[in-house]
Design a protein around this ligand. Structure first.
Ligand code: OGA
Ligand code: NI
Length: 334
């Protein structure tokens, strides 16, 4: 392959060999179930106790849910999508100015997942940004397209508020004081992955992102409103989470699984690609402070499932591995 990223304007008629999964690891798209029942929770509902109940059920049974009337402005979302699509439409030379395959960089355009650790590549380009504190990181963000910095900063601030609201509801659903999670995680970092999955000549043979769990605390995903691709694992089967109008997809990350002592699940999910259309998604990750000590918030008869660890330690471990291995939390079990 002659360029570093997939979004280079080159049309591929067959899938390059380095993207082809061995037979046993392929997505088997015809076996994926349509998912009608990923919970959609209305955060505008006046009955807070009902919202808390719905969130608790969704976190325990699915690890995934969608929210509507979430308080993030439609204008903010539309501007975010606008600058993200304009970024990926830039000439490849322009994009390559911010290219890096070093995961320790706080701002980079990259491709696949972790080029130096993986055996088979993934049909994805992504722009990864650190987003908190904004005044520290915005200066290093792309300045092309010109409205990028402003649109993304506004979006990040709105999404952060939503994340904190969800953490309050999740705390309450665990029977904890409203501010418990926010206090336990310290001053939280915020990262963003703007994922771009170009049309793929042979979607049956590869992934946009293979099955993984998110290493952070909470993920707020803005899915492409037109093109499906997100799937979650439930009872051993992959389910498609089709886009719901004006909703965000929320999932519990590894840190909330540990903090809830395994009551809430950081569920396996993946992104598949399709032959006709490019797909975009914007994932916002709330991450505990590096020094935050992650330990169970609740006392259960089973005792603590995981040993205490700092997020800094966990995150290093996560990026030292490939994506589609065992759950990273398994390595922290007592
Ligand atoms: C992620 C992720 C899913 C998607 O970025 O961690 O799971 O639909 N993305 O792009
Ligand atoms: Ni993910």
């Amino acid at each position: 392959m002659d360029t570093k990223v997939l979004s280079s304007g080159i049309k591929y008629l067959t899938l390059p060999e380095s993207y082809i999964r061995p037979e046993s690891e392929r997505p088997r798209l015809s076996e994926v179930l349509a998912c009608e029942d990923v919970p959609v929770i209305d955060l505008g509902c006046e009955d807070r106790a009902q919202i808390v109940q719905q969130i608790g059920d969704a976190c325990a049974n699915f690890g995934f849910f969608q929210v509507i009337n979430h308080g993030v402005s439609l204008e903010g979302v539309e501007k975010m999508i606008g600058v993200a699509s304009d970024f990926f439409r830039l000439p490849v030379e322009e994009k390559l100015k911010v290219y890096s395959d070093d995961p320790s960089k706080t701002m980079r355009l990259s491709t696949s997942f972790n080029l130096h650790k993986e055996k088979v590549h993934n049909w994805r380009d992504y722009l990864r940004l650190h987003c908190y504190p904004l005044d520290q990181y915005v200066p290093e963000w792309p300045s092309n397209p010109p409205p990028f910095k402003e649109a993304v900063s506004n979006y990040c601030a709105e999404v952060r508020e939503l994340g904190f609201r969800l953490q309050e509801l999740i705390s309450e659903s665990l029977g904890l004081e409203k501010n418990y999670i926010k206090k336990a995680l310290g001053e939280q970092g915020q990262h963003m992955a703007v994922n771009y999955y170009p049309p793929c000549p042979e979607p049956e043979l590869t992934y946009g992102l293979p099955g993984h769990t998110d290493p952070n605390a909470l993920t707020i995903l803005l899915q492409d409103s037109q093109v499906a691709g997100l799937q979650v694992l439930r009872n051993g089967k992959w389910l498609a989470v089709d886009p719901h109008p004006n909703a965000f997809v929320i999932n519990i990350g590894d840190q909330l699984q540990a903090l809830s002592n395994g009551r809430y699940k950081s569920v396996w999910h993946r992104a598949v690609v399709n032959a006709e259309k490019a797909r975009m998604s914007v994932a916002s990750f709330l991450c505990p402070n590096d020094d935050a000590l992650i330990s169970p918030a609740t006392q259960d008869e089973v005792g603590p499932i995981y040993r205490d660890f700092t997020y800094g330690e966990y995150y290093k471990k996560f990026w030292s591995r490939n994506l589609d291995q065992e759950h990273c939390l398994e390595l922290f079990k007592n």
